[in-house]
Write a protein that binds this ligand. Structure first.
Ligand SMILES: Nc1ncnc2c1ncn2[C@@H]1O[C@H](COP(=O)(O)OP(=O)(O)OP(=O)(O)O)[C@@H](O)[C@H]1O
Length: 335
């Protein structure tokens, strides 16, 4: 089981520039959480702070009974062993083939024999669908394969927590879909705590247990996926529906009067934006991505699958009753 991360009152600035302040959230052990936010709101800074690469001004990060913000270098090194990180570009060494790239953390941080290393590297490459590509150089493979290689490398030390920094960046929608499935399958298989920073709303709707949103130097909301997807909070609705109308502007925040007018028009059904959506919650709660057939589901995922099945039956019933109303008019059954 992965470990819980409990963040309390975290604030980070560079000089006079406050990046975010008073951020508190709990990433539940073994669950998948997504952190969203417009560009420049400090999502990458947040990830770096979690692993102790950046020191916050105030606040605590509790992992495994230790406050990461107060650890000395040696203890920090121990806590970092709990983490696997998938960087945006995979962060592979260009001159090493995939095998050596993926073996690198094992050779650096363990005393395992080359025979043991081979077994682990091939197991992780198999998990991410890269068996057979051991001899390829990073420059010879697609962006999607590089991400998967980076993920295999993040897995070799059996992390309890995996941080994904924009795993979908630079990938086409089909590759993003495959990567999302891989993330869900991995979560079911290794049961670590996942935190994914992304801009991809479709992924944020499909993949996580929890969603958080950074905006205006604050964590606007953090909670279960369904709560965020059905939230009436204007900034959450705007972001999760990719709309222009709302508090988030092109480069800066909009003034309050403009936001109010846009939201009033939206509620009145005058929305002519690029992606549709009604009211603050737009498309509402959509079905969740489940582990692939053939992946043995731990009890947590069994429960999720049962819940999703129930929700799907409800959606079908609702659609059927709407159809009946559409054909026969309200209250008329057609008998
Ligand atoms: N080491 C640093 N020193 C000074 N400022 C920094 C440093 N690292 C990040 N910043 C600033 O912090 C802010 C947030 O950056 P960050 O990369 O975390 O945003 P982000 O939300 O991840 O953006 P994007 O979604 O575009 O990747 C930016 O204004 C950036 O310039």
């Amino acid at each position: 089981m992965g470990v819980e991360i409990c963040v309390e009152g975290l604030t980070k600035s560079f000089g006079h520039q406050v990046i975010w302040q008073d951020v508190s959230l709990t990433l539940p052990a073994g669950e998948i959480s997504v952190l969203l936010g417009p560009s420049g709101t400090g999502k990458s800074v947040f990830l770096k702070t979690l692993v102790g690469l950046l020191k916050p001004d105030r606040g605590s990060i509790w992992i495994d009974g230790k406050d990461v913000t107060r650890l000395r270098e040696h203890d920090l090194y121990e806590v970092r062993k709990l983490f696997g990180v998938l960087f945006q570009d995979g962060a592979l060494f260009g001159s090493m083939d995939l095998y050596d790239n993926i073996a690198f953390p094992l050779r650096e941080h363990t005393r395992k024999s080359e025979r043991e290393i081979r077994q682990i590297v091939l197991e992780k490459m198999d998990m991410v669908g890269l068996l057979g590509a051991e001899g390829k150089l990073p420059g010879e493979i697609s962006g999607g394969m590089r991400k998967r290689a980076g993920l295999a490398r993040a897995l070799v030390l059996d992390p309890e927590i995996i941080l994904f920094d924009e795993p979908d960046s630079g990938l086409d929608p089909v590759r993003v879909a495959y990567l999302n499935q891989l993330i869900v399958d991995l979560n079911a298989q290794i049961d670590a705590t996942f935190l994914i920073v992304t801009h991809d709303i479709a992924s944020a709707r499909l993949v996580p247990d929890n969603i958080g949103l950074l905006f205006r130097r604050e964590l606007v909301m953090f909670g279960p996926r369904e709560e965020l997807l059905s939230s009436g909070e204007p900034v959450v609705g705007q972001f999760l529906n990719g709309r222009m109308q709302g508090p988030i502007g092109m480069a800066e925040e909009k003034d309050a009067a403009q936001v109010e007018q846009e939201l009033a028009e939206l509620d009145a059904g005058n929305h002519r934006g690029p992606k549709g959506g009604k009211g603050a919650s737009g498309a509402g709660v959509t079905p969740r991505l489940l582990p692939s057939e053939g992946i043995v589901r731990p009890p947590r995922w069994e429960e999720i699958a049962e819940y999703e099945e129930k929700m799907q039956r409800l959606r079908d019933l609702r659609a059927a009753s709407k159809g009946a109303v559409g054909v026969d008019g309200p209250g008329v059954t057609g008998i």
